[in-house]
Design a protein around this ligand. Structure first.
Ligand SMILES: C[S@@+](CC[C@H](N)C(=O)[O-])C[C@H]1O[C@@H](n2cnc3c(N)ncnc32)[C@H](O)[C@@H]1O
Length: 248
């Protein structure tokens, strides 16, 4: 996936402090998982990216396997895991083929930070959710976090700011620009990089397309894939979290 391959070295800049976010997400996801599926501590993260939630849970003692479509993000996730001395098996893989890639018997499947809306049709979303279902052992849990598109304006030239970060003598200003086209939108992810000693400025742009799928539609698709007890979980997490369980 070119969008994320290009973004891989910069991805942490979307967080004011990536390590703080990893810690906080770990606390919140752990609390939610143990409330929903007590004792489940083995996770398959099927859209791990550079490793945010994989590290978050591994740092709390979970056994974690991670995969992602972007080879460059997986390369970075492996490197970051080594730096953190975390033992996580990372592989490149499409979540629409999660069962073929990872087999069955898993306790938990997670896909966080709005990865599913990269799938542009209900058919593809259902396919991915069916694959998550097949990966799970009976009683296993599926946890998904997504943007709440009901709260997002529709239209063109919609700018989403992240603020500015300073790292290694450079200021980075990442922001997104959205243009809606029905229930889909084209996203341009800009990163302005300013060298603070020379004043030199470089701008990169990466492009992708998303399906602004609603939380309600995703819940329906989770039920259609076979999950029971599908609901939006109560959590202080920064995005809605949907959970469902493979019946025992
Ligand atoms: C917004 S990022 C979130 C990454 C990670 N969960 C995090 O929070 O740092 C979305 C991720 O979904 C991945 N992705 C998109 N389509 C995918 C697919 N079909 N299979 C697996 N991963 C996919 C992207 O490569 C990207 O890493």
């Amino acid at each position: 996936m070119d969008f994320y391959d290009d973004l891989a070295p910069l991805y942490h800049l979307i967080f004011p402090n990536w390590n703080d976010s990893i810690r906080l997400q770990g606390e919140q996801l752990d609390a939610l998982i143990q409330a929903e599926w007590p004792g489940h501590r083995k996770v398959l993260d099927v859209s791990c990216g550079i490793g945010t939630q994989s590290f978050a849970l591994a740092e709390r003692g979970y056994a974690v396997m991670g995969s992602d479509l972007s080879a460059k993000e997986i390369e970075r996730a492996r490197h970051e895991a080594e730096l953190r001395k975390l033992n996580i098996a990372f592989t490149v893989g499409d979540m629409r083929a999660a069962h073929e890639v990872h087999g069955d018997g898993h306790e938990l499947v997670i896909s966080c930070d709005n990865a599913l809306p990269h799938l542009l049709t209900d058919e593809d979303l259902l396919l991915a959710l069916q694959q998550f279902f097949s990966c799970l052992r009976p009683g296993g849990g599926c946890l998904i976090s997504v943007r709440d598109y009901a709260k997002e304006a529709r239209g063109g030239n919609l700018v989403k700011h992240y603020g500015a970060r300073v790292e290694d003598g450079k200021r980075y200003v990442p922001f997104q620009v959205w243009n809606f086209d029905g229930e889909h939108y084209d996203l341009a992810f800009f990163v302005v990089e300013e060298n603070l000693s020379t004043g030199q400025v470089k701008t990169r742009v990466m492009r992708s397309r998303y399906y602004a799928v609603s939380v309600a539609r995703l819940c329906e698709l989770m039920r259609a894939a076979g999950f029971k007890n599908v609901k939006q979980a109560k959590s202080p997490y920064y995005q809605p979290i949907l959970v469902g369980t493979r019946p025992a």
